[in-house]
Write a protein of this length. Sequence first.
Length: 146
Amino acid sequence: MLSKRFFCLLPFAFCLLLAEAQTLPSNEGERARYGVQIDVKKAYISGICGMLFEDGKLKASVVNEFGLSAMDFEYNPQKDKVKIINVIKKLDHWYIKRILKRDLRILIHNLRQGINKYENTKYEITYTFQPLQPITEEATDNGNTN
């Protein structure tokens, strides 16, 4: 009896999840926020990634828990290329930026398909981008009514 109810409600629950899922910005002015964790062999970077689609490009910034910018990049969908704008000093080497560009490009393709994770098995790097709730006017109002 319980299993029949479960299978009847499963498509409905799946539709609710899709309705609440955040999509990657693809139209001018669209924004998205993700909780980010990038794991490497002996360290990790975690924080928030803010994305904005502007001037035909997806612009993104990863900020750690302390509010320091870990990485800024942009993705050009017409050329299917990632450009690293800024990165923390420990990652600011041509060979690391080359890996980051390739991995971020694949991750963006994954995010478009609703896959929030990418694992680079060759270099043992795992990228996890979890959608955060969108910011609403009510959340930014702080209860002030004028």
